[in-house]
Design a protein around this ligand. Structure first.
Ligand code: C5P
Length: 410
């Protein structure tokens, strides 16, 4: 009964898969959760609210205007739930949630949700793959919602395609594992570098790279969700700031170096997900460079921020994490970096998968092990990295430097 003590609001949109929400409610309750149900008007055309009243012992909320609710039912439900699970989440419901509408009981509850929000899409494949839906789902994810599925399988009209709602057991598993480690990083201070750096050539041009910052921001969002205090030292990115994070904006590697070196010893965990430029132009030309014949660019090395933190830390951070983007010999290169840079964990990823996309394929390499992970969303990988960080916080592989010195023979 691993959802014992959890309060879950199940919200139904109007889709054929609404019948599976009956099973979902039962399954969540079987695992120990207390469940309340809220339905759109369309959902009531597919299953009866009375079914949920019978299962949960509480009336399903279908109407913002019902006279028998004292007070504001959406505010009360949003505050009550540790999680809101929208299943089925139809194309229309996803669109309305993305645009922040609050004109029915379900959307108003969603707007007031204090806990985690899950969307479990269910629709025809063409609706799922529609650019509007894809872009809405991206926005909801960036705002912190979790999107579960859909999967490829038989659809309502008999076709087979991507759009089928996850089965109730799988939804319950995902919600359970998600809620299991909410707050397990409470009180932990986490510093994350993210994004590319821009190395100025002149007032309008720079040397940069294709990093979007999504990996670092996903780690920040998941760490926040798990209760950590998060600061992001961020290169130039086009991403919304995860709610609750402090952001220190920087442009160049030297600015990032300065921002990190002046604060790293106040953090328990430092995670360097930024794609820092290794080189910068020797000089930044004051005026825009005019075109002429061929030109040669002279570059100098930038400071290695990860290696500097690794070399200078005494007690804090207890856990230092670096990334390694490689095209070959992934594990070997990561192990080398672990030692050269004094890190506790290296997230090694193949250049072919990670850069710029939504998913990543990584191997986690620490002093004693190398764990290859399957390709997964950056959010899921963020949780895997944080799981490992948590283990390292509990069982440090490295003695704090002052202890090592004290213990050394004279
Ligand atoms: O040596 P390499 O660039 O492959 O190392 C990657 C790791 O080192 C990443 O964690 C990156 O954020 C960090 N790094 C850094 N400063 C640099 C170059 C890389 O902190 N100048």
């Amino acid at each position: 009964m691993s959802l014992q003590g959890k309060r879950i609001v199940v919200g139904l949109g109007g889709g054929i898969a609404a019948f599976k929400a009956v099973q979902l409610v039962r399954e969540l309750m079987r695992r120990g959760a207390e469940v309340r149900v809220v339905m759109t008007e369309a959902a009531t055309r597919f299953v009866g609210p009375i079914t949920f009243a019978g299962l949960t012992g509480k009336p399903a909320v279908t109407d913002l205007w019902a006279e028998d609710y004292a007070g504001e039912v959406h505010v009360e439900l949003g505050e009550w739930g540790d999680a809101v699970v929208i299943a089925p989440a139809t194309m229309n419901l996803i669109a309305r949630a993305t645009s922040g509408q609050a004109n029915d009981a379900l959307l108003a509850t969603l707007a007031c949700a204090r806990g985690d929000v899950f969307f479990v899409p269910s629709m025809h494949q063409r609706m799922w793959l529609h650019p509007a839906t894809q872009s809405n789902v991206r926005v909801l994810t960036e705002r912190g919602a979790v999107v579960l599925g859909p999967v490829n399988g038989p659809l309502a009209n008999g076709e087979v395609g991507e759009g089928r709602m996850l089965e109730p057991d799988d939804i319950a598993d995902a919600v359970e594992s998600h809620l299991a480690h909410s707050d397990d990083l409470a009180g932990t201070r986490v510093l994350i570098t993210a994004g590319p750096t821009h190395e100025a050539l002149d007032p309008v041009r720079f040397l940069g790279n294709r990093s979007t910052g999504r990996m670092g921001y996903a780690i920040a969002a998941q760490a926040l969700r798990r209760g950590a205090e998060v600061t992001i030292v961020s290169g130039p990115v086009q991403l919304p700031v995860p709610t609750g994070a402090e952001v220190v904006p920087v442009r160049s590697a030297r600015q990032m170096h300065e921002a990190v070196m002046s604060r790293f010893d106040r953090f328990d965990v430092v995670i360097m997900a930024a794609a820092v430029a290794d080189y910068r132009p020797v000089q930044r030309v004051a005026q825009k460079i005019k075109k002429g014949g061929s030109m040669k660019l002279e570059l100098v090395r930038n400071p290695d921020i990860l290696a500097d933190v690794g070399a200078k830390r005494v007690q804090q951070p207890s856990v230092l994490v670096g990334f390694a983007l490689e095209t070959e010999n992934l594990e070997q290169a990561a192990r080398g970096k672990l030692e050269q840079k004094g890190a506790d964990l290296i997230v090694a990823n193949e250049a072919s998968v990670g850069l710029g996309g939504d998913s990543n394929c990584a191997t986690l390499v620490d002093a004693t092990s190398a764990s290859p992970l399957p390709e997964m969303s950056k959010r899921a990988l963020a949780d895997q990295i944080l799981d490992r960080v948590r283990t390292l916080l509990k069982n440090p592989s490295r003695k704090p430097r002052h202890e090592a010195k004290r213990g050394a023979p004279n």
